[in-house]
Design a protein around this ligand. Structure first.
Ligand code: GRF
Length: 248
């Protein structure tokens, strides 16, 4: 089994971003591996991609939880923790995640959105909205998700796409998709290499991988995920109880 940060991917649709991430993860030296794919829809094409790639995948539909979004999200959270997931990637996941889920993976949930945020955030029709607005440049954004705000989290990667005179939503969406296939693996790489540093809502990208930080933060994140502690002070309390110097 290859090494690397354990990534969980949430999907709802055809899975082209999952495919791009799988391809990147299969390339030598990529610092992540996909540990688990979760779909909220049985008919998601992404599930076939996971099966073809031999990646564990599960369907966790809302219907199993009496349409209680929070209960479903908590089940997903627990499943991701059990799989030792350190980084969650929403790759075309079509539901807004509950704050409790978002808080369970602080600064460790990436989302890809088909517009240059903050323009045209907060909905499922960003491409149509950009065309209706008459923008000349659109694109995609990979951001960190945070409790309390939809599509307003810190931005990690953006890629611009020119809008053509004869574009319709399908044509523009496809060209934006092509940029997402670059942006998502790039953001995952940056996160896993420990190159992302937050200053408030601004993300600074370090020029070089922070190898030691990566190893340490990987172990800490894994441990936090396993024991269900979502912040560093909680982890410190837990670790003090363990008296295990290796984790200090
Ligand atoms: C992408 O365009 C993404 O921006 C949006 O959903 C789409 C998912 O596409 N959130 P795919 O399932 O990865 O092909």
């Amino acid at each position: 089994m290859s090494a690397g940060v354990r990534v969980g991917v949430l999907v709802s649709g055809r899975g082209s971003n999952l495919e791009a991430l799988c391809a990147a993860a299969a390339s030598p030296g990529f610092p992540a591996r996909i540990a688990l794919v979760i779909s909220n829809r049985r008919d998601a094409g992404a599930l076939e991609i996971a099966a073809r790639r031999g990646i564990p995948a599960e369907v966790i539909p809302l219907g199993h939880f009496g349409h209680d979004e929070r209960a479903r999200d908590l089940a997903m959270r627990d499943r991701l923790r059990l799989a030792g997931v350190q980084l969650v990637v929403c790759a075309g996941y079509n539901r807004i995640l509950s704050d409790e889920f978002l808080a369970a993976f602080p600064d460790a949930i990436l989302n890809v959105h088909p517009s240059l945020l903050p323009a045209f955030g907060g909905g499922m029709h960003a491409v149509e909205a950009a065309l209706d607005h008459g923008v000349k440049i659109s694109g995609c954004t990979v951001q960190l998700l945070e409790p309390g705000i939809t599509d307003g989290g810190p931005i990690i990667v953006q890629r611009a796409v020119p809008v053509h005179e004869d574009d319709d939503p399908e044509r523009l969406r496809e060209r934006i998709h092509e940029q997402e296939w670059v942006a998502v693996p790039e953001a995952v790489r940056l996160w896993c290499e420990g190159r992302i540093r937050r200053e408030g809502r601004v993300v600074r990208i370090a020029a070089r991988p922070a190898r030691r930080t990566l190893r340490l933060s990987g172990r800490l994140a894994h441990m936090r995920a396993l024991i269900g502690v979502s912040d560093k002070s909680g982890l410190a309390d837990f670790a003090r109880g363990l008296h295990e110097p290796g984790w200090s």
